[in-house]
Design a protein around this ligand. Structure first.
Ligand code: 5RP
Length: 223
């Protein structure tokens, strides 16, 4: 099975976590795109979605799924999103699609986080994938030095020859060389550095369930 087929498999499987009549929290990325496509097949049974990015909003609307502002709705029962890495406790690294801040906001607004991923995303320890961090541009140089003090190497994410600008008008640092042994403590520490908007470690907003796509089918991990 190709990676694309594994993503489609978990995207479809995630429908079982969608409660009829409710608004669904929707993440961002190529795996979530498969989920959005599957969600379109039951769009008449849901009230709509809260989206974590402009990209997902465009896809949801194109498929006829109403999109609500996060501020216009209360707590959501479920948030469905992908991950760049997930460990055996449900801690994740996210932000490969630069949507980490809104993803964390919608995850925090939801009772249950269902992660959908192909099996390549399951890791023993977080940190091999370059850690995305959304930052205020004027703090970039100092934050690069702060990550260097932890043994990391941070570089500004570039798109089309210029720093990538997120949906929130900020930049992304991708940090390699980190050893994240305590994801909760790491997230708390980095998140309070001035200039950090959001660090891409999701330990406080970890997954409750992970639907992992494997060649033998969908494996469900609960945390
Ligand atoms: C976007 C994310 C995505 O969930 C993560 O990058 C995984 O994406 P994909 O499903 O394309 O592998 O955090 O900011």
């Amino acid at each position: 099975m190709t990676q694309d087929e594994l993503k489609a498999l978990v995207g479809q499987a995630a429908l079982q976590y969608v409660t009829p009549g409710e608004i669904v929290g929707v993440g961002t990325g190529s795996t979530v795109n498969k989920f959005i496509d599957a969600l379109a097949s039951i769009k008449d049974q849901i009230a709509g979605a809260v989206s974590s990015s402009e990209a997902s909003t465009v896809r949801l609307k194109a498929l006829g799924i109403p999109v609500f502002e996060a501020n216009a709705v209360g707590e959501l029962s479920v948030y469905i999103d992908g991950a760049d890495e997930i460990d055996a406790s449900g801690h994740m690294v996210k932000g490969g699609g630069a949507a980490l801040t809104r993803e964390k906001i919608v995850a925090a607004q939801s009772r249950r986080f269902v992660c959908i991923a192909d099996e390549s995303k399951l890791v023993k320890a977080l940190g091999a994938f370059p850690l995305p961090v959304e930052v205020i541009p004027m703090a970039t140089a100092r934050l690069v030095r702060q990550f260097a003090a932890l043994g990391g190497h941070a570089s500004v994410r570039v798109k089309d020859g210029a720093p990538l600008v997120t949906d929130n008008g900020q930049h992304i640092l991708d940090v390699t060389g980190l050893h994240i042994t305590d994801p909760l403590a790491f997230e708390s520490e980095v998140n309070q550095w001035p200039g950090v908007v959001t660090v891409g470690v999701f330990a406080h907003q970890k997954a409750h369930v992970c639907l992992l796509g494997t060649p033998s089918g969908v494996k469900t991990l609960t945390f």
